[in-house]
Design a protein around this ligand. Structure first.
Ligand code: TPP
Length: 569
């Protein structure tokens, strides 16, 4: 990695060998495997950055703005399990609020650290820059309260209690936590002992009752199906859900938000479930099951395909991180992982053979095709080009819906903001993913409109030696929005058009050394991918996919748009 802030000279203590608030904070993060901290410096967080600069084994990764820093932290946490972000008081932290709220919504743990003005100034309620000029120093912490699992204002006397507590809450809830610290307190020595933290655990009696009830529902069931949803990924249950399907010999499908949580190359995986918008075959299997085990359920409009999903709660076993609901009855104080292990151990196996998988993109694509790019052709091609272990990042827009229907190879990590859907997320998230796993291949798929929000992070990626392959879908505007606003003819939606940028020239403007190609046909896309594969060993690659038909879109999105229009009438 070139030029990332470096400076590994001193140990993580102050001069006299004692830990300071700052060194303790970064030591705690390091113990959790966080070795990169995203963020933007400011005069209220200089002591945080200066301390970080001197810590060994953990470094700052500055981003071009705080929103991007938050998204990068999110992408990093999706690969490494936990991330950290440093912002400055008011202006910096509020810029990161969208990313933090997204992480809250999507169950991604981020330790958000805010540097605030000197404690004396705060006590005296002075009107300092970056404040609301009303002396209220708690205003921004309150902004973060509903979008963080925990907030605390650190001092040298509470840091040894608050920092481990905040990290433990972030890990348990998989949500962001907020820690603010005054500029002058970061380098002060600590003055308390670490209290023992309570860990969440399963109530044995509750688990026994749930297990008995589950057996009652499962035993007479003829067709049992597993549905793997969003929280499977956040809570790291990938191997547990696979084991349930294997031990019970049942088919498994994934929801849109849960994509990638169940190994899609596994013989029990039958495809993606998307209510009326997705595969009819998968819909039939899931909805006709007489017992449906749903792991990590998030009953959102995205997952329930705008309420077209027909899932009967009376036939469902819903396994959540700290509870289980069976046929509508909730059992509290059960860790989801314990319930999944229990289901695997029940010794119940299904009779019928696993139905054949439905993969919309398994049809062949002519790689030498010389006609203009269309979704119908490029998604099957993309699916063929994916490799085991890839990190695939899909931006909100037509790409997210199209890519949700691909079959991922084994060991692939799929990153998308399934529910929060903030455009601009994917590019900085790709920076985070590259930092978290420098040896893995990272493929970023972004629309042109989304890229225009957070494009600067291409420059961070080149600066720090990241080598993703970036696919920019140039369809000249917000195509997905044109599908979703069916009330008005497309010609009357000039607000859904965007300025035409020269995407391949961006990398030059950002001062980087990248390999770029512009492609207009499926044959050119296949060749560009092949070239990028050779070039990406030492540089970022950017492939601009020029699609002449601005209404070209994947089938899933078309069905969704039709259904939404019907529902509106
Ligand atoms: N602002 C934010 C921060 N997030 C949003 N989701 C939106 C606005 C609304 N929105 C959703 S998708 C989209 C917009 C504006 C357009 C995406 O366009 P593009 O990236 O070009 O993808 P395309 O659909 O054209 O493939």
């Amino acid at each position: 990695m070139a030029k990332v802030i470096m400076g590994k000279v001193r140990s993580n203590t102050q001069g006299d060998g004692r830990a300071t608030l700052g060194t303790y904070l970064f030591d705690c993060l390091k113990k959790e495997g966080v070795t990169e901290v995203f963020g933007v410096p400011g005069d209220y967080n200089f002591t945080l950055f200066d301390t970080l600069q001197q810590c060994e084994g953990i470094k700052a990764v500055p981003t071009r703005n705080e929103l991007n820093g938050g998204y990068a932290a999110d992408g990093y946490a999706r690969v490494k399990g936990l991330a950290a972000l440093i912002t400055t008081f008011g202006v910096g932290e509020l810029s990161a609020a969208n990313a933090i709220a997204g992480a809250y919504s999507e169950n991604i743990p981020i330790i958000h650290i805010v540097g605030s003005p000197k404690s004396e100034k705060q006590k005296q309620h002075k009107f300092m820059h970056h404040t609301l000029m009303d002396g209220d120093y708690d205003a921004f912490r309150r902004v973060f309260e509903p979008i963080s699992a925990y907030t605390a204002v650190l001092t040298p006397s509470n840091a040894m209690a608050e920092i481990p507590k905040a990290i433990s809450i972030a890990k348990r809830t998989k949500k962001p936590v907020y820690l603010s610290v005054a500029l002058d307190l970061v380098q002060q020595p600590l003055s308390t002992k670490v209290p023992k933290l309570e860990q969440a655990k399963t109530s044995e009696s509750s688990l026994r009752s749930a297990s008995k009830q589950a057996r009652k529902m499962l035993k007479p069931a003829k067709q049992v199906v597993l549905l793997s949803d969003a929280k499977v990924k956040s809570w790291g249950w990938e191997s547990l859900v696979r084991e349930v399907a294997e031990k019970m010999q049942i088919p498994a499908a994934s929801t849109t938000m849960g994509k990638g949580g169940f190994d899609e190359s596994h013989p029990n995986h039958i495809g993606m479930y998307g209510g009326a918008f997705g595969s009819k075959k998968v819909q039939e299997v899931v909805e006709s099951a007489d017992c449906l085990i749903v792991a990590g359920f998030v009953p959102s409009d995205v997952n329930l395909a705008n309420e077209t999903a027909q899932l009967n709660p009376k036939k469902m076993i819903i396994v959540q991180p700290e509870s289980v609901t069976i046929g509508g009855q909730e059992y509290k104080d059960i860790l989801g992982e314990d319930m999944l292990r229990e289901l695997s151990a029940l010794g119940l196996t299904a009779e019928p053979p696993i139905p054949a998988a439905d993969r919309p993109y398994n049809s062949g694509t002519q790689l030498d095709g010389s006609h203009p790019l269309t979704a119908q052709e490029y998604y099957p091609l993309i699916q063929r080009l994916l490799q085991p272990g890839d990190i695939v990042i899909a931006e909100t827009g037509t790409f997210a819906y199209g890519l949700s229907q691909t079959q991922l190879p084994q060991g692939a990590t799929y990153i998308a903001q399934g529910g929060w859907q903030s455009i601009g997320y994917a590019t900085p998230a790709a920076l985070g993913a590259c930092m978290a796993a420098p040896k893995r291949r990272v493929l970023l798929f972004t629309g042109d409109g989304s890229l225009q929000l957070t494009v600067q992070e291409l420059s961070s990626m080149m600066e720090y030696g990241c080598k993703p392959i970036v696919f920019v879908l140039n369809n000249g505007g917000y195509t997905i929005e044109k599908y979703l606003n069916f009330r008005v003819p497309v010609e009357d939606q000039p607000y859904n058009e965007i300025p035409g940028w020269n995407y391949t020239k961006l990398v030059e403007a950002f001062g980087g050394n990248a390999h770029t190609e512009q492609v207009r046909t499926i044959g050119e896309l296949a060749r560009a991918f092949h070239d990028s594969e050779l070039q990406r060993t030492d540089k970022l690659c950017l492939i601009e996919m020029i699609v002449p038909d601005d209404m070209d879109a994947p089938e899933y999105l078309k069905l969704m748009s039709d259904e939404l229009e019907k529902q509106e009438k």
